[in-house]
Write a protein that binds this ligand. Structure first.
Ligand SMILES: Cc1cc2nc3c(=O)[nH]c(=O)nc-3n(C[C@H](O)[C@H](O)[C@H](O)COP(=O)(O)O)c2cc1C
Ligand code: SF4
Length: 502
């Protein structure tokens, strides 16, 4: 992963932990109405892909246990990982493109509602993504992937040569010549693996995206509702299709690209179709970027305007992230796919403890505050969820006190300690296991390995019933919090029986 050259080390701290009465009086643990969905508290676990599904994208026992473990910590809401809305094999990513997924997803919603004692609201993030190939061996690229055009053959001095011979001759010309003769797109495909882009209007299925996607998202939303989710989050962030429509790099000439009015058109059409399909008594919002953090990418100026459009259209919340783009991703090894969190924009999305002077903590706070302020000035009360480097009560509470956001998202902190909100609410914030922002979890995600946290994945491996990762080395979910048993009196009696937030 890219790291800022300054490499200043930042260490997480507990900050000022509240007593139990202080926590109960706090903003963080106060309720919030999000359209039809009521949150008991303003803690939020944003979407994180844990690679727990199977090749069919079904809900497995590991998926259920993973989310039930987060639910035991009783956050205000959990957003289930990016879940595919199309019938394309996507490895162990969850899918929701067919009614056959509803039963498994219903078991998941039941497990979360039960594990949280009914306190946690459950949303699912709906994603569409375009095709990306692994970086090819040059031989495979020249023999099979490259389209030979007269212009290319002329540039390579191979005009008139039979195709097979020309391919071999090109391969033998070597990297320097390849860069000179291949067009920019082919050179990129050779270097990084071919990647489709919303600008590829020459491809029928890319041209058809605006006609196709609203219905696909709407059907997925209907299934989410049937599976008893409390709402959905449309994935309009990072490196995927809908974010690519919003991106300043979207140059489509069909009315869906170019100006920001045209770029927001499909995201709004998707939302409208979804809303028509699920009605107004089901929460619908989106996750989008405050800034793309790439050269020539969207800036706060665009995202403030987008937020206003989403809110006016009637979204029940907007959740912000930043960066996470393919455009500046590192070159993958041969046989590997590019990963959108390896460049500077990836750093902005999941900042690490080795940082610049700004540091990783609250890295998206100012931009989210800007978005919220713009909404309020426009008379729009849509709640804003802000995420990025938040790991203690003091930070979260100060963000709410400053009215920088309405809900605080904690992704890696919740992974490091799924009980962090519960511990804090009980006045036991000093027992929170703090995320160290090492990005070990993200490294696993990059390799499509089951995601765990290095702070707990080797603990208590001999505990009965521990489920282990496929590599046989790591436990798959965080150990249970033992406070009630190990520290008599630490949790008052009535909570020891059932530690629950009210
Ligand atoms: C393992 C992992 C998987 C992630 N998967 C998703 C995802 O499916 N959808 C999404 O919008 N963000 C995803 N993210 C980004 C997080 O939701 C969050 O925005 C990011 O980690 C920064 O927040 P944090 O500092 O609280 O961790 C993922 C992050 C991690 C660490
Ligand atoms: S592995 Fe654990 S400590 Fe490291 S960044 Fe991920 S959640 Fe935080």
């Amino acid at each position: 992963m890219w790291k800022p050259p300054e490499r200043i080390k930042f260490f997480s701290t507990h900050g000022a932990s509240p007593t139990r009465p202080q926590a109960q009086e706090s903003r963080l643990f106060s309720p919030l109405q999000m359209g039809p969905m009521s949150l008991r508290h303003r803690t939020w676990v944003p979407a994180m892909v844990p690679w727990r599904s199977n090749e069919d994208g079904l809900v497995t026992e590991d998926v259920i246990q993973w989310y039930a473990r987060f639910a035991q910590g009783q956050p205000g809401a959990i957003v289930i990982e990016a879940t595919g809305i199309r019938d394309v094999p996507s490895g162990p990513l969850l899918r929701i493109n067919d009614d056959r997924y509803i039963d498994g997803l219903r078991r998941l919603t039941q497990a979360v509602h039960q594990a949280s004692g009914g306190h946690t609201r459950l949303l699912i993030q709906l994603i569409d993504f375009l095709r990306i190939r692994r970086r090819p061996e040059p031989q495979v690229f020249f023999e099979r992937h490259l389209t030979l055009t007269p212009t290319l053959l002329e540039r390579a001095g191979l005009t008139g040569m039979p195709a097979e011979q020309a391919r071999q001759a090109l391969l033998e010309q070597g990297p320097e010549r390849w860069q000179a003769v291949l067009d920019e797109r082919d050179w990129q495909s050779l270097q990084f693996g071919a990647r489709e882009h919303v600008n590829d209007l020459e491809l029928a299925h890319i041209r058809e995206l605006p006609a196709e996607l609203p219905e696909l998202f709407a059907q997925a939303a209907v299934r989410a509702r049937a599976a008893s989710f409390d709402g959905i989050e449309l994935h309009y962030a990072h490196a995927y299709t809908m974010a690519s429509f919003l991106s300043a790099t979207n140059k489509r000439s069909d009315g869906y690209g170019g100006s920001r009015e045209a770029r927001v058109r499909l995201p709004l059409e998707v939302y409208q179709k979804v809303r028509q399909a699920v009605g107004t008594d089901f929460a619908v919002g989106c996750r989008f970027l405050t800034e793309e953090c790439i050269e020539g990418g969207t800036t706060l100026d665009d995202s403030r305007w987008y937020a206003t459009q989403f809110a006016r259209a009637g979204m029940d919340f907007v959740s912000t992230s930043r960066g996470g783009k393919f455009d500046d991703a590192k070159q993958p090894g041969i046989g590997q796919a590019a990963y959108p969190y390896t460049g500077r924009s990836g750093y902005e999305c999941m900042p690490q403890y080795l940082s610049d002077a700004q540091g990783p903590f609250g890295r998206n706070r100012k931009a989210s505050a800007d978005i919220r302020q713009t909404l309020r000035q426009a008379g729009l009360n849509t709640p804003v969820v802000s995420t990025g480097g938040v790991h203690n009560f003091e930070m979260a509470e100060s963000m709410l006190a400053a009215q920088d956001c309405d809900v605080v998202g904690t992704a890696r902190q919740s992974l490091a300690d799924p009980d962090w909100a519960l511990k804090t609410w009980l006045g036991m914030g000093d027992q929170v296991r703090l995320c160290e922002y090492t990005n070990y979890c993200e490294g696993l995600d990059q390799k499509h390995k089951q995601v765990t946290c290095q702070l707990w994945d080797r603990l208590d491996l001999d505990e009965p019933g521990v489920r282990m990762s496929l590599d046989g080395k790591r436990r798959l979910i965080a150990p249970p919090w033992q406070a009630a048993q190990t520290q008599p009196g630490a949790v008052p009696d009535e909570q020891a029986a059932q530690t629950t937030l009210t």
